[in-house]
Ligand binder design. Structure first.
Ligand code: X8Z
Ligand code: ZN
Length: 620
């Protein structure tokens, strides 16, 4: 998933896998003129007809390679061996060479005045890929080999715990359920032993892609990434910070309350009240979502609460039933059912006999109908949501399949991550009753609303600063603020600054903790998830408005509403054919990303948190 999804705008094109690198953005014309070299690669003045022919040819080549690359990457991710790694490297190299060649060829048309649609496609091509190789012998091959090695090292990651080798799935279960700080620390540290070996490779990769980015006309790879949002790169940085400023007060209250509750459970020695929270105590390997410690922070005791995991287990759901249920939500909105091939070709359950990349992903193998997910599904509430997340990618891919290959991607990458999550926000108690998972007599009354909101906040609000800091770190790596020797300290500087978290103990000098998070060795940009956590609430609010909802946002479910489906599809089928503000407007009526919907959603919880925190000293 990483590499190919290449061409930028075009990229979409190559974006076979959601959740992997998809260079989906199209730079604006003014960025283009600022950032790309202006000399033509041929001396004769090109014509509009030649530009048209170039784009037609590129589309065919892109389509071909993206299908082949997706097939190879699919096999590699489902069967990690030396051979499939070699194949993945080969096609990655081929893709990298092609992206560079196209980017250079596209510069020929820089001086032509072209129709807006052609300019948009060419600008996308000139962004190359998110991981561009420089145009010199061996660079694309070296880059592809590093990327494959990093991705597979993560997929195969294991460590010894209590005399037994355990993988990420097993380690995550301990982090989710243990309340023993020594055990948590040991498992948390154990997982991070998979990463130090990645560090030199990572540093070398950064050198290569920075060189490639400069050749494309961008100062460094971070600028290249930020130029993919239909606005100048610097403005995007400000946009992300603006959104964070909107939601930070909510995070700060949640942090303060959760720290106080952890302190009640673990005591002052483990959870001092004036310091960042230990990252291993939050129920998640990266401290990115905190739903697994809900029992420690439940606001209202002795009322009916929803335990989705128990509902799924009691109803004897298996992996397929979970996915069928997710599909049924989409079809209730009017989307066509998934094709037969989806059910035959997807991976739903972790195989026992081979190495696979278990991190959930959604794939579009042929840019048409061969859509699939790859997940090691557990029967629990967390994976029930993740199934909806992945299906959101697949339904989006199918919605924009009629677009030219250059536009087969999200309006921006945050849209792609937000579609399925928006559906997940409609998994309310009333919805669970409708699908027979919850007995009507077990529906909590509104006295338990705070519990539902707390469960959601532990997932969605807790995630926000993590979603932001991962690429703040990468941007600093790419622009040289963090040298390889400073990679790990830089990571913890940002973990503390944004999340208010700290490592359970001082980290070894060879630590490379970013490498223990999938998207770093998997080379998937991460700002998309921060944006998605804002956008999904904006989408949810717009959907609930269309549905005529008058109650609180957290109680609204759009299940079965065909009008919402039609309006949602109108945005989805645009893909990246227009700048994302236009796509946003089609569904929500506004052209700006905005945190006020998530703030509104959690308003009752914010009131509760402020009251709980009023005599506490917050911050770290
Ligand atoms: O990677 C994912 C998806 C695949 S695109 C499962 N997510 C991020 C993560 O796991 O870190 C979804 C939320 C954030
Ligand atoms: Zn995703």
């Amino acid at each position: 998933m990483k590499k190919y999804l290449l061409l930028a705008a075009a990229s979409s094109a190559l974006m076979m896998t959601a959740c992997q690198d998809t260079t989906t953005q199209v730079p604006t014309p003014q960025q283009h003129s600022q950032n790309t070299p202006t000399q033509d690669t041929q001396s004769t003045e090109p014509t509009i007809q030649e530009a048209k022919e170039f784009l037609e040819g590129a589309a065919i080549e892109l389509d071909n390679i993206s299908v082949r690359a997706a097939q190879i990457d699919w096999v590699n991710a489902n069967f990690i061996t030396e051979d499939t790694d070699a194949l993945a490297s080969m096609v990655g190299e081929e893709f990298g060479l092609m992206a560079t060649r196209f980017a250079n060829e596209a510069k020929r048309f820089n001086k032509l005045t072209l129709p807006a649609d052609m300019t948009r496609k060419l600008d996308g091509i000139k962004r190359g890929s998110n991981f561009p190789a420089p145009d010199k012998p061996g660079a694309a091959a070296e880059l592809a080999a590093i990327q494959t090695a990093l991705n597979s090292a993560y997929g195969k990651g294991k460590f010894k715990y209590k005399g037994k080798e355990i993988d990420l799935g097993e380690a995550s279960q301990i982090i989710a359920s243990s309340r023993d700080p020594e055990e948590l620390q040991a498992v948390w540290e154990g997982w991070r032993t998979i990463a130090p070996d990645m560090k030199n490779k990572y540093a070398r990769m950064v050198e290569i892609i920075n060189e490639g980015s400069v050749e494309l006309g961008f100062k460094d790879t971070g600028v290249l990434w930020r130029a993919g949002y239909d606005m100048p790169a610097d403005e995007f940085t400000k946009e992300a910070d603006r959104l964070w400023t909107q939601v930070k007060p909510l995070y700060d209250e949640l942090h303060c309350h959760v720290r106080a509750k952890l302190n009640e459970n673990y005591g002052d020695a483990v959870v001092p009240l004036d310091q960042p929270i230990r990252a291993d105590l939050l129920g998640n390997m990266w401290g990115q979502s905190w739903g697994n410690i809900y029992d420690l922070v439940e606001p209202v005791k002795n009322v009916k609460s929803i335990d989705e995991t128990a509902l799924l287990v009691n109803a004897k759901y298996d992996a397929i039933k979970m996915v069928k249920t997710g599909e049924a939500f989409f079809t209730s909105l009017g989307f066509e059912p998934l094709p037969e091939t989806f059910w035959k070709r997807s991976l739903f359950v972790k195989p026992k006999d081979r190495e696979v990349v278990c991190h959930a992903s959604a794939w579009d193998i042929d840019n048409q109908d061969d859509i699939r997910i790859k997940m090691c599904i557990k029967i629990d509430g967390e994976d029930f949501k993740t199934v909806h997340h992945e299906l959101g990618h697949n339904f989006y891919q199918r919605a924009y399949k009629q677009q030219p290959i250059f536009y087969k991607t999200g309006a921006n990458d945050g849209f792609h991550e937000a579609i399925g999550d928006m559906i997940g926000l409609s998994i309310t108690p009333e919805y669970l009753v409708k699908i027979g998972l919850l007995d009507p007599k077990d529906v909590p009354d509104s006295s338990a609303d705070l519990n539902l909101l707390m469960q959601q906040a532990l997932e969605k609000v807790a995630f926000l600063p993590f979603g932001l800091m991962v690429d703040k770190w990468r941007w600093n790596v790419f622009n040289g603020t963090y040298s390889p020797a400073e990679y790990n300290d830089g990571w913890w500087e940002l973990r503390e600054k944004y999340q208010g978290l700290k490592a359970p103990s001082s980290r070894p000098t060879n630590a490379f903790d970013p490498g223990a998070k999938y998207h770093i060795p998997g080379n998937t940009p991460y700002m998309r998830y921060f944006l998605a956590h804002i956008l999904q609430f904006q989408f949810h609010k717009a959907a609930c408005d269309i549905a005529g909802n008058t109650g609180p946002l957290h109680a609204c479910s759009i299940y079965g509403n065909k009008e919402v489906g039609t309006r949602f599809n109108a945005m989805m089928q645009m893909g990246a054919s227009r700048p994302w503000p236009e796509a946003l407007e089609v569904f929500t009526g506004t052209t700006k990303m905005d945190g006020s919907a998530i703030i509104e959603y959690f308003d009752p919880l914010m009131t509760y948190l402020k009251e709980e925190n009023k005599d506490r000293t917050c911050g770290w």
